[in-house]
Design a binder for this molecule. Structure first.
Ligand code: SF4
Length: 430
């Protein structure tokens, strides 16, 4: 946001003449102004109107300033319309020259050869982290570039689920990541805070994952999420990894897999169904396809270009018809001033179209993120109303404050109109 810091400093200096602020409060104040700016609000006029409303005559002490700041934040988030058309990083112009970086260990793998078919240039590297963890990345531009990395994952392949994620009551909750990064581009995606680099990394040693998982399955049943660091189903036509996971899971009844997605592709499931039938399995109860569904309004400002609600529901119904258990995730719910109306309409539309009995369960949760990740997400996504929201930070986690509780209570009550309470998994923590 060029010139923006000068404007902020001007307003901040003015505010500071009458209101004593700590460094932390100054940072919060700046964030409120940024939020107004990315949503196209005239932050200077907004601030002046607030100052006049509050009739601040005498210098305000820090304790009073805290209350004043909370009021300013409340007014900004409740009254600001979220801007739908945000200025994005410019598209890469001209012909794309696609580079594939391939680890020397992975170069002979047939999967690497298949992936590199469409690259203009293949560069052999020692280790994927030489590229992925190098300094000076531009996450957004790299995502659009079409460049990619092919590697063998030599770290731990299957590891315990993160505390920010829903385990759906499963005791041994694990996580595996055979692709890093995603072809979709959600403003709230934690990957832009987690990874330094926007290029996707495709790990070709899928069989090593299976082997590690087999050892774990000898100890206890495992619930495994395989599509958190990417959208594996959206990549299926390129990678065919979901197909491999389905085949693997079909022979391991102690394993339950969740494949989280926003894909609108309905055509894949018939193929999975036929593949299972040809190997003598009628049902595949232990592979759960889980769709994250957001209101169209949220798609328009935070999930731009992603499949519509209708497409996602179409794909979900196709998965169900092919015999797979399906889950719906209204998580993360994203705040915008009209949230009550838009989420109410979404729940009603979804359950007018999908029979609640066909759904295995539902997860619901309001957006929350660690402070550390959010800092990097804000740098990667400077013009997003989601990353620039003035979140409340508590114990290292950022959330909407009271709004989070309001949204959660509302969603749970609304969803109970359609689905029995014992099918609803609510994320109550911050
Ligand atoms: S679909 Fe999921 S992994 Fe992909 S960008 Fe969106 S939030 Fe991130």
């Amino acid at each position: 946001m060029p010139g923006f810091n000068d404007e902020i400093n001007k307003i901040k200096e003015e505010f500071k003449k009458k209101v004593k602020m700590s460094f932390q409060m100054e940072a919060e104040f700046e964030q409120i102004l940024k939020y107004l700016a990315v949503n196209g609000a005239d932050h200077e006029s907004f601030f002046r109107a607030f100052f006049e409303e509050e009739k601040i005559e005498e210098p305000v002490c820090k304790a009073e300033a805290k209350k004043l700041l909370a009021k300013l934040r409340e007014k900004a988030v409740r009254e600001t319309t979220v801007r739908k058309t945000v200025t994005r990083t410019p598209e890469i112009v001209g012909e794309k020259h696609i580079i594939a970086w391939v680890e020397e260990d992975a170069a002979a793998d047939p999967r690497a050869a298949e992936l590199c078919k469409n690259a203009d240039e293949v560069r052999i590297i020692k280790h994927y982290k030489d590229i992925f963890n190098a300094k000076g990345h531009n996450f957004k531009e790299e995502k659009k570039s079409g460049n990619f990395i092919v590697a063998r994952n030599k770290d731990a392949l299957v590891y315990p689920g993160a505390p920010f994620c829903q385990s759906f009551g499963n005791e041994h909750f694990y996580y595996a990541s055979c692709v890093k990064n995603c072809i979709f581009d959600c403003d709230y995606c934690f990957l832009q805070g987690l990874y330094p680099c926007g290029y996707p990394v495709y790990f070709v040693n899928l069989e090593d994952y299976f082997e590690e998982l087999d050892s774990l399955l000898q100890k206890f049943p495992v619930y495994l999420c395989i599509s958190y660091d990417t959208d594996l189903l959206a990549l299926e036509q390129k990678l065919h990894y979901v197909e491999k996971w389905v085949s693997y899971a079909q022979l391991r009844p102690d394993l339950k897999i969740e494949i989280r997605t926003k894909s609108g592709n309905s055509t894949l499931f018939k193929h999975f169904e036929n593949m299972l039938k040809s190997s003598g399995t009628e049902n595949c109860d232990n592979v759960i396809f889980a769709w994250t569904i957001s209101p169209e309004e949220v798609i328009s400002f935070a999930e731009q270009g992603l499949p519509s609600v209708e497409k996602r529901i179409g794909a979900l119904k196709a998965a169900k018809r092919s015999g797979f258990p399906v889950r719906i995730c209204f998580d993360p719910m994203i705040y915008h001033p009209d949230w009550k109306k838009t989420y109410q309409k979404l729940f009603s539309n979804v359950f007018n179209s999908v029979n609640a009995e066909d759904i295995l369960d539902i997860s619901v949760g309001v957006f929350r993120i660690s402070n550390k990740l959010l800092r990097r997400m804000r740098d990667a996504n400077e013009d997003s109303p989601v990353t620039q929201f003035p979140y409340i930070t508590e114990n290292g986690a950022c959330h909407y404050g009271e709004i989070s509780s309001e949204m959660m209570s509302f969603a749970k009550e609304e969803l109970k109109k359609y689905v029995p309470a014992d099918k609803i998994y609510a994320w109550e923590g911050n």
